[in-house]
Design a protein around this ligand. Structure first.
Ligand SMILES: Cc1ncc(COP(=O)(O)O)c(C=O)c1O
Length: 433
């Protein structure tokens, strides 16, 4: 593939050249391990003296194509694919944070991330300071000398809030720490987070990248320009690695002028992935590659349908409010237009007249829409967050996350928009009965 191809070409070609079998599709390398040619070859691989495959927990040729392709569509230096989005988030935080240190995160997060940050990381002595992400000054106020990263989501769910990403990035960089953004709902072509100041993007591939609701997976994508050495805060990245006889990945990979740095993903692979092993199945990597190949087409259809459906709901007599950043009345509409030229993805919340009971009736009455706990499947999905995805949160946390009892979350699929609206209309009518 020529170097400067468009996104639509990269999703089909980046990271793969047909091998000796001439298979056009990326083959599934369903193997746990790889033969060594001889003992010298084996020793060199283990000592990282030559590149090659050892064991699928750490690397796999099918997954490698997916990783290279994900990096290419972001114009980024590297990516690491994990068995779930949650593992991508945990690895990213755990790689550069230890007991006694903290991270600062926007409060309005996917419920699973909130639970990881609030309940699990704290057991390992890592504090997460939650702030209202609508103002970068709130991040600034929570930072101290032990803060190791800032974390947020590109589009909040279900509020559909779009924060000042460049402002948050500027705060992070002024303190010599990276800005990590969960860009699950808005991958390119919706948004390249590295154009707006993020240093690391984390993904649940389970959503729009896989696109068909078949597999769980995650990814960490590294932009490659963050200077891990400048602040002296990241010895995990910049110092010799005792687990590799003192090898210094930072010096080896990131000090050559003009070469994008891959040290963060290399450290994730040789450290946490090796030690903990949230590795993807090669078959799932293959399915994610199939999803990626049509991502630009599907993303445009999702955004187009979401806008149509949001406008329809906004004018519906049984609907009290709609929180879609594509609507001119949304508080972040202007920023949404700046960050998301094709639209702010396809997940948003709306309120039903009649509150909790009407919400339940609506969910029980949809026929085309699927009632389940996922987002950005090709099919339209609905759920009642207060009794499902966010049910482990306290009342205060629910309020902070913007989850009210009347809230229905919709993830608009790529069926014909008229069919989606007809289904919503009939279910809304029943909800008011
Ligand atoms: C924004 C966001 N981040 C992360 C995750 C976690 O991803 P996974 O379910 O693939 O572990 C999800 C899952 O719903 C999500 O919506």
């Amino acid at each position: 593939m020529p170097h400067h191809c468009h996104l639509e070409t990269k999703v089909l070609h980046a990271g793969h050249s047909p091998d000796s079998t001439l298979s056009r599709a990326v083959p599934i390398f369903q193997t746990s391990s790889y033969l060594f040619r001889d003992t010298e070859h084996a020793a060199n691989l283990f000592a990282l003296k030559e590149p090659g495959n050892i064991y699928t927990r750490i690397m796999n040729p099918t997954t490698d194509v997916l990783e290279k392709r994900l990096a290419a569509i972001h114009d980024a230096s590297a990516a690491l694919v994990t068995s779930a989005g949650m593992a991508a988030i945990f690895y990213t935080v755990a790689a550069i944070t230890k007991a006694g240190q903290n991270i600062v995160s926007g409060a309005n997060l996917y419920g699973g991330t909130r639970a990881l940050f609030e309940n699990t990381l704290s057991r390992f002595g890592i504090e997460v300071r939650f702030v209202d992400s609508s103002n970068p000054a709130n991040f600034e106020a929570a930072i101290d000398q032990n803060t190791r990263l800032l974390f947020s989501e590109t589009i909040g769910n279900p509020r559909c809030n779009v924060d000042d990403l460049e402002g948050i990035a500027a705060v992070a960089h002024a303190h010599g720490i990276p800005f990590v953004l969960d860009n699950t709902v808005a991958p390119p072509p919706i948004c390249n987070p590295f154009e707006f100041g993020a240093d690391i993007a984390v993904y649940s591939l389970t959503k729009i990248i896989g696109g068909h609701g078949t597999s769980i997976g995650g990814a960490v994508v590294e932009k490659g320009s963050f200077d891990w050495a400048a602040s002296g805060k990241f010895p995990e990245i910049t110092d010799p690695d005792p687990a590799y006889h003192g090898a210094n990945f930072w010096q080896a990979l990131c000090t050559l002028e003009g070469t994008p740095c891959t040290a963060f993903c290399v450290k994730l692979r040789t450290g946490l992935m090796r030690d903990i092993g949230a590795a993807p199945s090669p078959f799932n990597s293959f399915l994610f590659i199939q999803g990626l190949e049509t991502l630009p087409l599907r993303a445009r259809e999702h955004c187009k349908n979401a806008q149509i459906v949001a406008e329809f709901l906004d004018g519906h007599p049984a609907v009290t409010w709609v929180n879609y950043a594509g609507l001119p009345g949304h508080k972040d509409h202007a920023r949404s237009k700046q960050y998301f030229p094709i639209g702010p993805s396809a997940v948003f919340g709306f309120g039903i007249k009649g509150g909790l009971e009407a919400g339940r009736k609506f969910i029980d009455s949809v026929k085309l829409c699927s009632h389940l706990a996922n987002i950005l499947d090709a099919k339209t999905l609905v759920i009642h967050p207060a009794t499902t995805t966010h049910s482990q949160l306290s009342e205060a946390q629910l309020a902070e996350a913007g989850v009210s009892p009347d809230l229905v979350r919709i993830s608009v699929g790529i069926e014909h928009a008229d069919d989606i609206m007809a289904d919503l209309d009939q279910a809304l009518a029943i909800s008011q009965g």
